[in-house]
Design a protein around this ligand. Structure first.
Ligand SMILES: O=C1C[C@@](O)(C(=O)O)C[C@@H](O)[C@@H]1O
Length: 153
């Protein structure tokens, strides 16, 4: 059966395309979402998208996804470096997730090197620009059986 994927983008990612283009490129979030949906469909998977600038809204979205998704692809934006609560939500619903960053956070400010997500992520994608979303979708859609069970439930 085709995989069901939830794509979550956190704060300021709605500004992709115009936000610091030398770091994040010129592709917009609607473009990334549309190509992720069609890429998933081409692999027999379905993909729902969600973006919010609000920590609680992201947590609500993750909780509402319990039992509905095989995998979550999440770019937590700035919450990567601050949010115990989003980490807890992901672990709480027991859905394996891929942590994704458009930029190479390890080549940036030292405080971007720490993530509240990485030690629990099934996979981490950094610095691949918008292409990272395609890779993440593909990994959940095609290789998910192997990555399932990597997280606490
Ligand atoms: O908002 C973002 C975007 C980001 O997650 C990325 O996609 O490269 C990296 C984060 O450090 C930053 O706060």
């Amino acid at each position: 059966m085709g995989k069901s994927i939830l794509l979550i983008n956190g704060p300021n990612l709605n500004l992709l395309g115009t936000r610091e283009p030398h770091i994040y490129g010129s592709t917009t979030l609607p473009e990334i979402e549309a190509s992720s949906i069609s890429h998933a469909a081409s692999l027999g998977a379905t993909l729902e998208v969600f973006q919010s600038n609000h920590e609680g809204a992201i947590i609500d979205c993750i909780q509402a996804g319990r039992g509905r998704f095989d995998g979550i692809v999440i770019n937590p934006g700035g919450f990567t470096h601050t949010s115990v609560a989003i980490r807890d939500a992901l672990l709480g619903v027991g859905i394996p997730f891929i942590e994704l960053h458009v930029s190479n956070v390890h080549a940036r400010e030292p405080w971007r090197h720490h993530s509240y997500f990485s030690d629990k992520a099934a996979a981490i994608i950094v610095g691949m620009g918008p292409y990272g979303y395609k890779v993440a979708v593909e990994h959940v859609a095609l290789n998910f059986k192997e990555i399932k069970g990597n997280v606490e439930s």
